[in-house]
Structures are given as structure tokens and as C-alpha cells.
Design a protein around this ligand. Sequence first.
Ligand SMILES: [Zn+2]
Ligand SMILES: [Zn+2]
Ligand SMILES: [Zn+2]
Ligand SMILES: [Zn+2]
Ligand SMILES: [Zn+2]
Ligand SMILES: [Zn+2]
Length: 395
Amino acid sequence: MDSIIYKSSNGSFCETKCPYCEYYCTLPYGHPQMEHETSHGNMIQTVFSAVDDEFEYNGFTFNTGDRGSCFLCNMFCKDLGRHKHIDYCQSVDHTKCTGEGIQHISEKINPDPDLPKDFLKHGLYWKRTGFKDPYNKEDQDLFSKCDALCCGDEHQIKATQAASSTGGSNTITPAKSYCELPLFHAPLPGGSVPPNGGVGYVSVDGHYFKCQNPAMVGSDFHIIFVIDRSGSMTTTDCKPLPNTPVERQLRSTHNNRLGAVYDAVYRFVETRQSTLRSRAVGGAASASPSNSNDTVSMVLFDDKVVTAFANKTLVGFSGMVSEMQKHLPRGGTSFGVGIKQATDICVQHHDPKRYDMALTEFSSSVPAYESTEFMSLHSLQSTRDYIPVRWRMHR
Ligand SMILES: [Zn+2]
Ligand SMILES: [Zn+2]
Ligand SMILES: [Zn+2]
Ligand SMILES: [Zn+2]
Ligand SMILES: [Zn+2]
Ligand SMILES: [Zn+2]
């Protein structure tokens, strides 16, 4: 065995062994470095554990209790991508088990189901060995991110039509969409707005994904933007984002908060359009963006209210930015008239095959979420058909 050559028969090499592969440290005896180092070998001392008794690794199926002997210590994690490790719990009182990089597992899992176990961040797992983490910085950064995946249909493997006609069995492997937050993050409030004004959605269980909310894919929507265009929206602390197709057009008339809101509306509609396009490519039954029934409306309020557009077909709505640009900031803030107008539009264009969704942007003044007007909007339709969304600009 290779590792024999590192044995300190002459007392010149460190005698510490990697607990997973049993390779000896290759540094001199009594080395000043805090961390031991070695080239690592097969994980003969590693036994697999997993929450599900069976799990897959690189196309092979393993059971808990199987040995890791056929894998190399310094290669194994790379193929896992984002992952967490499992180790025996070290807390005296398991009910109070906490710590940086640790998440206590409440279920009993194999092997030794009666011994409590923890999920560990990759970094901590290696720190406990006393050996230097054998993976590079890029890998380590990836391993420290949350491993939750978006369950949206567009990320699932689908056999292609083309493949079956040629007798092949090609499959499309769409990109997975991982949570953007660090591993073991505290869950965000389910369904809240994405952090830092980002795109995407927060799942019911509190993970943040940059892709489209699966709850919104495959349904048709009437999206109603309810926008504050009062005088304070001339403030220039927010502006349209740079380097977008509409930046120049918007900045020519609205280089201010209202322009930033219009820009966000434009990006929201773009995202929705591209979702509808990918839904069409993905081969769903009603698979053309042109037969989507999505429509979009916009209500602008100050102390008065105006409808910029109502129930416009979302796909191919090319003049939206020009329509919005006709309206400059003015007047005071009367939240109620905006909500009243949105409610009227909602009733007037209600289609039972569609979800009505009001996106209400509070920029300058922030009325209470529980205001009576907002609550009336909530109760307008049965809760299943109506999704009021509080949509807040971040600065
Ligand atoms: Zn050493
Ligand atoms: Zn090792
Ligand atoms: Zn624990
Ligand atoms: Zn690892
Ligand atoms: Zn997704
Ligand atoms: Zn997460």
C-alpha cells in the first residue's frame, strides 16, 4: 500500500492519518502548520449515510452503510456539487444542538439509527479532520451554498419528441436551479419578495430561487400593476437600471423613481414572456406563447387615478414602455383610489380560467398592508382565484 512510505519509521514524518482514507500526513514531524496535508486515497474508513436509505451518486445506487472504498477522499465531493456531510452529533444535549455549519438531524438514520447525527457544512467536516481541505477555493465556495432545488417542471428531465422519432433515447437535461442563499440559512418568510430586489421567488419553505415561481408556470394570469405616481416619485434616488434595452428610452423622460418602477414592470413582463416561451419549447400541451391568455393592466394613482392600459394581451405587447411614459409624477398620494380602480378592472375583466394578480408597488409612502382598501381587494375573489401581491422596490 502506498501510504506505507509515509510511515515515520525514521521519525521524520508526521504520524497523523486522514480519518477517511488513512493516508499519513506528508509534512515533517511536528510541522508548524496548523493543518495536516496529504495526497489522500480511497475512503476505506468512510461509511455512507443518507436521509433516504438509498441514494444515487454518479449514476450508481448506494445504500446507507455501504463503504466509500472505491472513491478518493479528494475527488468525491467534487461530483456531488452542492452538498452537506453527515457526522455523529457531538452535543451532550441533542435538543440544544446548534453551531456554525451544523444542522441537527431529528430523524433516525442509518447506520446506527439510535446514534443522533448532524448535517455538516463541507468546510466544517474537513476542519474536524485536522487536515487541509483538499478542494480548491472555487469548489469550497460552491459547497457552502444551499443545496435546495427548485421543483419547477422546466428543470426536470424530459425525453424529446425528436429522439423517439429517430429511435434514440436522447433526453434534454435542463439546468437545475439552486437556492441562492448559503447552506443552512434561516428560511425566509414563505412567499415573501425576493431579497435585495432580485428576480425570482421565495418558496413556501423559505428558499430563494432566481427562476420563475412554479406556482405561476402553467397558469394564465391577469396581472394588474398598481403604481404610485405621486410627486415624490420625481426623486432620483432610484433610476432605471443601466444596460437594458429600455434604459435610454426611459431615462429620456423618467430618470427617477417612477422610471425605476416602470423599468421593473418592463423586466417583470419580459421575464413572464420568456417563461411562456420556454413553456412552449418545453412541450407542454398548450404549447405556444401565442395561446397564453395572460393579460396585463396598469393603474397609476396620485390623489387621482388613471388607467394606463387595461387587460392588454401580454405576449406581443410592444408599446408598453411608451404607454407608461405618457404619465409623469404629480399630485399627492391616495392609495385608496388606486386600489378601487384595480378592483373595478379586476371585476370588469374577470375570467374564471385566469388568476387575477394585483402587484401593488408602494414606493414613497408605505400604507399599512392591512389597510381597509387592501383588505377589500383580498376579499374580492375567492382566495384561490385572487393573488394580491405586495411588491416593494428595494434600494
Ligand atoms: Zn501532519
Ligand atoms: Zn483522506
Ligand atoms: Zn446534533
Ligand atoms: Zn464535501
Ligand atoms: Zn425553477
Ligand atoms: Zn436555501
